[in-house]
Design a protein around this ligand. Structure first.
Ligand SMILES: Nc1ncnc2c1ncn2[C@@H]1O[C@H](COP(=O)(O)OP(=O)(O)O)[C@@H](O)[C@H]1O
Ligand SMILES: [Mg+2]
Length: 417
């Protein structure tokens, strides 16, 4: 089969690596891909947001199957447009992807179908939003409705911060159209858990749970990032909680999307908080998380491409999907300065990191020149180690990270710890 993979980060690197193990994948192209992905796929200079360019490439190259991995092309309807020209896709339609691209849509869906989530109110007028926070208790959570590159949420500790968040969304239009409407939510507390699940709209199979680390620095300090590391499985996610989530959250979410005529096929991401009143949904994403994918997919024992085909063909119930009885630790190595401004173009010395058994080095922001790799993004590498238990996985991941060098390389030293 001729296959295209849309995207160019660490998530797409792990997907490219695992699907290329399947002999059915004869020609794999990544749009745009990155340095690491170029080991498994031909990288084509077409942006993941250039839907017309992607569709044209698929037509010109007789593409059979597409994996649309990032949120932006899914929200722009890449799957609908590719399916229209006969390309089968792993990933949700635009209507189903709205579960991520509109937080208001997701909230209204949860309310309608009794899926546990934080209490909220929707605002489209600044005055009304400000009057509401003036009489609310802090902390309180302000969220832009639409996609905002992970920057649209403020957990405000006091009225001043809440007011600034409202003004930033609605007056300064920091997030453009994404902030025209906002949510103001009750602030929940408890450990956060990510559960990725394969679903074809009929069957849902959760993957191993995980814990992301969003803040830039050790001790969960500093600004939010795209994610600095992941521990999997998540220590807080017991079997009893998993059962409860399946009954009260996962299956009801799939059924709700079906009932609304928005059947979801692909990877559904549940961002959960384990509150004292039980697990609640913080958000949905319509795709694999990045870096969660780099920690969770290495634990998958079954063939990823077969699963993706089965999801598209609504045959997921026929598969037996197995995970390793192991744990993984993923440490992101970033450019100095990230998530604020940073310099790129530094050569990366991998040392013998990739020779450590159980270690895989995924490229998030690199470019390749011949056999050399250079930094090209804020998050540069996602270094994952798999071992029998988390303590060993963590030790190996850090052993590998210490062997890797580039100018300004920076990482958190407390992933999962
Ligand atoms: N209602 C809430 N109560 C407490 N914390 C929240 C709440 N909503 C979001 N958060 C915090 O903000 C983070 C980002 O929010 P989320 O809805 O996941 O948006 P996004 O990932 O799109 O930026 C969450 O991971 C969580 O730590
Ligand atoms: Mg989130």
């Amino acid at each position: 089969m001729n296959v295209i993979l849309i995207g160019g980060g660490g998530r797409e690197h792990v997907i490219a690596k695992y699907i290329s193990k399947n002999p059915k994948v004869e020609n794999l192209y990544a749009l745009p891909g990155n340095g690491g992905i170029s080991k498994f796929a031909e990288c084509v200079k077409i942006s993941a947001e250039d839907i017309d360019g992607i569709v044209k490439f698929a037509k010109d190259n007789a593409i059979d199957f597409a994996i649309v991995a990032p949120d932006d092309p899914l929200a722009l309807g890449a799957v609908d447009k590719l399916e229209e020209i006969g390309v089968k896709c792993f990933g949700p339609s635009q209507k189903a992807a709205e579960i991520e691209s509109s937080k208001i849509f997701a909230k209204e869906l949860m309310t309608k179908y009794n899926i546990p989530t934080a209490k909220y109110k929707i605002f489209s007028k600044i005055d009304e939003a400000l009057s509401y926070i003036a009489v609310s208790d802090c902390p309180i959570v302000i969220k832009a409705d639409g996609l905002a590159k992970g920057k649209g949420v403020t957990v405000a500790e006091n009225f001043k911060q809440a007011r600034e968040a409202v003004m930033s969304c609605m007056k300064d239009k920091t997030f453009g159209k994404s902030g025209e409407r906002i949510l103001i939510e009750e602030c929940l507390s408890g450990p956060e858990v990510t559960v990725l699940a394969f679903t074809d709209g009929k069957t849902l199979i959760p993957m191993v749970s995980s814990m992301d680390h969003k803040r830039a620095y050790d001790g969960n300090k500093g600004p939010n990032t795209g994610g600095m590391g992941v521990a999997a499985p998540n220590f807080y996610y017991t079997d009893a909680i998993a059962d409860e989530c399946m009954k009260k959250i996962f299956l009801p979410s799939v059924n709700a999307l079906n009932a609304e005529g928005r059947t979801f096929k692909g990877c559904l991401y549940f961002g959960l908080m384990l509150t004292k009143d039980g697990p609640k949904v913080i958000e949905y994403n319509c795709r694999f998380g990045d870096p969660e994918a780099e920690a969770v997919l290495p634990l998958l024992e079954s063939d990823l491409f077969e699963i993706m085909l089965a999801v598209r063909e609504e045959r997921l119930s026929e598969l037996e999907i197995k995970f390793k009885n192991a744990a993984s630790c993923c440490v992101v190595v970033a450019s100095s300065g990230y998530p604020a401004s940073y310099l790129t173009g530094y050569e990366i010395d991998f040392g013998d990191a990739e020779k450590i058994p159980g270690v895989e080095v995924f490229h998030a922001g690199t470019k390749r020149e011949g056999e050399k790799f250079f930094t090209s993004g804020g998050r540069v590498l996602a270094v994952t180690a798999v071992a029998e238990d988390f303590a060993q996985a963590r030790e190996k991941a850090y052993e590998a990270v210490k062997l890797i060098n580039f100018e300004g390389a920076r990482y958190r030293t407390d992933i999962g710890g």
